[in-house]
Design a protein around this ligand. Structure first.
Ligand SMILES: [Zn+2]
Length: 198
């Protein structure tokens, strides 16, 4: 049964694609938005600007507006230590600890064969290329304590073994099932300091 105008249904479908939002929430958000005459224009403009300006750092694949991201472009960051994370929000969480002065590499997800996320879907080839090209000394695996996070950590540690880098992993202060993004700064900071060689 379809009774909504197409443009509304289309909006609901787009919201529904976002993580953590089901069809019910998507519908509620869209109706709410459509009733805010002033905000909807701002929202549309912000989205359009984001679409126009978004680009990815060619080095670490962090979001940026142009060229290298501010972290890669910062001369005081140690380019020999690369922290491997799954998502942009993980970079934000680790930056908040002010404990890390290396650079990042964003995989853009975690391995999940059931969902069709195989190594070729992640920025793994780019990582090995970067390690070879830049003579990186240490990679820190800062991945979620989930099945996907573990699978990705195991895959990467095997893959990188022959690349002449020290591979470390965040200490186990992070509870099982926890996302890096939602781990508090103190725990994350100590997990980073006490990282273990693997
Ligand atoms: Zn970068």
């Amino acid at each position: 049964m379809k009774h909504l105008p197409d443009f509304i249904q289309k909006l609901i479908d787009e919201f529904d694609k976002l993580p953590g939002i089901g069809p019910k929430t998507a519908t509620r958000l869209v109706f709410d938005l459509l009733h805010r005459q002033n905000d909807i224009k701002e929202f549309a403009n912000a989205l359009n600007n984001a679409y126009q300006q978004i680009s990815f750092c060619p080095e670490c694949f962090n979001l940026t507006d142009d060229g290298l991201c501010s972290i890669c472009a910062n001369p005081s960051r140690d380019k020999n230590i690369v922290c491997i994370v799954a998502h942009n929000q993980d970079v934000e969480a680790i930056e908040k600890t002010a404990e890390f002065d290396g650079v990042y590499h964003l995989l853009n997800g975690l391995l999940s064969p059931l969902e069709g996320i195989t190594p070729d879907k992640l920025k793994i080839k780019e990582l090995t290329r970067r390690i070879e090209k830049n003579g990186i000394k240490e990679v820190i695996l800062a991945l979620d304590q989930s099945m996907e996070g573990e699978a990705t950590a195991i895959y990467l540690s095997k893959l990188l073994k022959d690349h002449g880098v020290t591979i470390t992993q965040l200490a186990r202060g992070i509870p099982m099932g926890a996302n890096i993004e939602y781990t508090d700064e103190v725990t994350l900071s100590s997990a980073l300091k006490n990282r273990k060689k693997i």
